[in-house]
Design a binder for this molecule. Structure first.
Ligand code: ASP
Ligand code: MG
Length: 415
């Protein structure tokens, strides 16, 4: 018997009618003879509403309590779906993350899964049940408190469970047809990709493509879980995420353009240019679990230099509180925060072997009148930080420059 893990996002379970439609699909998968595990997100905007409610009570709610509050959204979904399946005559049992054996570290708000002990899940499957698991949550090994896995964390619950159960596939059901060459809300001609490698999916999701949580792709890659991202509103095949070797689209140099408007840029001005300063600065931020993305250090003048980096906008206040006293202590000039930035990234495994990709991207941006503030690259990605109000023309220009709307992407060597 095949084991199938299906994850349904917030829109797919947005109201009770949609929940019933999800139950139809799950019932069908079960009746086709699969051992079926379903991971659910909170209904619609429930998580946002819960965050807003907490903020009306406190500017800085205790993290432990916030996690208990936020994870309740997924519990509403799991129990309602179990009821909807019972209506179909399908035996179903729902479990919280903790009951499903999702063991995490103790970092509230962005806990990492350390291990999964799916004994109860496996037992319930073996008894013939559909198993429903609340996404986005686990229990800390040390404190035994309920933890949340960060926004979008249900994807990671699903892929991690698929890995632990040795599932044949992890289907991620969402409100779009798959992974696109760019956000279709910006680029109307964006094309659905039939296949992307784990590496490309990692770069795309880490740089703004919201279709999957980045950690879920990491889990998939590390454990070889095949992920199928598809729409819960149709039966059209979506996008497969898997090992590079399996891709049949050999010719694609570029997979897509991602953009991210959720970051801010911080500059520590006129830091003295000597060993240890950057190490101290970034370790302090790391200790506070603040994820830094791009880093640029300028050429120094008179023994002083500016260090700029980007980070999630939600972490800027915390970063400022850490950096301001530090900047003062080391005699730096001060800390500047710019929240009006966006990042545009071009991703494609083929760029490794094709020169001129960055040049073509920068030319397209300049022709669109977009100024580049920061640049960073990996072997399969080029990212730029630009002003936030230029994100749409920038994405359109880059998508166009690489002919991503067309069927086949052919490299122009040395362009
Ligand atoms: N409900 C959580 C969120 O909105 C987790 C998820 O949907 O994946 O982030
Ligand atoms: Mg999501």
């Amino acid at each position: 018997m095949a084991i199938v893990v299906q994850k349904y996002g917030g829109t797919s379970v947005g109201d009770t009618d949609r929940m019933k439609r999800v139950a139809d699909r799950v019932a069908r998968t079960h009746r086709d003879g699969n051992q079926t595990v379903v991971v659910v997100s909170a209904m619609g905007k429930t998580t946002d509403d819960l965050v807003a409610m907490a903020q009306r009570i406190s500017d800085a709610p205790p993290q432990r309590e916030l996690d208990i509050l936020l994870t309740s959204g997924e519990r509403i979904s799991m129990s309602l779906l179990a009821m909807a399946l019972a209506e179909h005559g399908v035996p179903a049992k729902s479990f919280t993350g903790s009951q499903a054996g999702i063991i995490t570290d103790a970092v509230h708000g962005k806990a990492r899964i350390l291990e999964i002990t799916p004994g109860r899940v496996q037992e319930a499957l073996d008894e013939g049940n559909v198993v429903i698991v609340a996404g986005f949550q686990g229990v800390s090994q040390d404190t035994k408190d309920i933890t949340s896995l960060g926004r979008g964390g249900s994807d990671t619950t699903a892929v991690a469970l698929a890995a632990a159960l040795g599932a044949d596939v992890c289907e991620i059901y969402t409100d779009v047809d798959g992974v696109f060459t760019a956000d279709p809300r910006i680029v109307a001609t964006a094309r659905k990709l039939s296949y992307v490698s784990y590496e490309e999916a990692l770069e795309m999701t880490a740089h703004g493509a919201g279709v999957l949580q980045t950690r879920s792709v990491e889990f998939g890659r590390n454990h070889g879980v095949r992920i199928h991202v598809r729409s819960s509103f149709s039966y059209t095949p979506g996008t497969w995420v898997g090992p590079r070797e399996e891709s049949t689209v050999e010719d694609a140099i570029i997979s897509g353009v991602a953009h991210d408007t959720s970051e801010a840029k911080v500059t520590v001005m006129k830091v003295s240019d000597q060993p240890g300063i950057a190490a101290k600065l970034f370790s302090t931020l790391a200790d506070a679990k603040i994820n830094i993305d791009m880093i640029v250090q300028n050429v120094s003048a008179d023994g002083r230099t500016d260090i700029s980096f980007t980070l999630p906008r939600g972490d800027t206040n915390q970063a400022r509180a850490i950096l301001e006293p530090y900047a003062e202590a080391i005699g730096a000039e001060g800390v500047l925060v710019d929240e009006n930035v966006a990042k545009v990234s071009l991703v494609g495994a083929g760029m490794k072997t094709h020169p001129g990709v960055a040049a073509r991207m920068f030319s397209a941006l300049s022709a669109a009148g977009v100024n580049i503030e920061m640049i960073s690259t990996s072997t399969i990605r080029v990212s730029v930080v630009i002003a936030k109000d230029q994100v749409e023309p920038a994405v359109l220009a880059v998508h166009e420059a690489f002919g991503l709307s067309e069927d086949l992407v052919v490299a122009e060597e040395g362009a």
